[in-house]
Write a protein that binds this ligand. Sequence first.
Ligand SMILES: [Zn+2]
Ligand SMILES: [Zn+2]
Length: 303
Amino acid sequence: MAREQDILKMPPPSQPPKLTTRRIGIHTSSAGGVENAAERAYRLGCNGFQMFSSSPRQWAQYELARPQCDEMKRLREKYDLKPLVIHTNYLINLASITEDFLKKSIEAFRGEIERALAVCAEYLVSHPGSFRGADREKGLLQTAAAIAAASHGLDLVKGGLTILIENTAGAEYSLGSSFEQVAEVIEHARHHVPVGACIDTCHTHVAGYDVVSEEGFRDTMTKLDATIGLKNVPVFHCNDAKAARGSKLDRHQHIGKGTIGPEPFRRLLNDPRLMDAAFIAETPIDEPGDDRRNVAALKALVR
Ligand SMILES: [Zn+2]
Ligand SMILES: [Zn+2]
């Protein structure tokens, strides 16, 4: 990946970015401190954003200091940045059948919840895990049980935090490539914590759902509503795809430039049932400025 040009090191925008009636954002770097992600998101033209609250590929977890959380809160109010979505660490596997690994994953997931609460995030997005060595059904139940264990004694309702299970591309052993599987985790976990889903357009497409044709898009949304329920999907990850529908290859592409194309994003962003949802890009940065361009591409599709 090309080196990211840090928008914080560039002059601030001379006028506030134009916003749309939709909540649109992008996964934003929290380099130099989580509070920096808010300033970056604003400068990228977002009114919502996603970030990691710790290093995504290390078990060691950051401690969030009180002043950092206060500064994040101040910046979010100043710029009207809502929601704040946190994506969990990639190492966590809540469906692991290895006792040690599961224990480590539950501890790390608890840390994710604690940091999300500390920084007043609205959503914590997690992949449902990998069921290697077990069967899928057991894996789904294990994931729900691990979420319950990780959140034990923490008050997510009071903190205004909802855990979101993300649908996946469906690579070998990965759970959650169908809406039914995501719905099953939610069904089992919702007795313990506020929980919903985050639907990723790239994952949906490469998992085999038709989102590209007009009719296919309508059918896919009907399926989503009948399984998870649209009201349980407060966040969509808006990513175009490099690979073909049904390929199970998770490679994100710039909005409108991949095998999905611009039209499905236009339909999604203008769906009256999704007025209150947030749309977050996790697109690649191949050239400096790609992040700003992808945010702008999504905003331009809003009618
Ligand atoms: Zn995603
Ligand atoms: Zn992905």
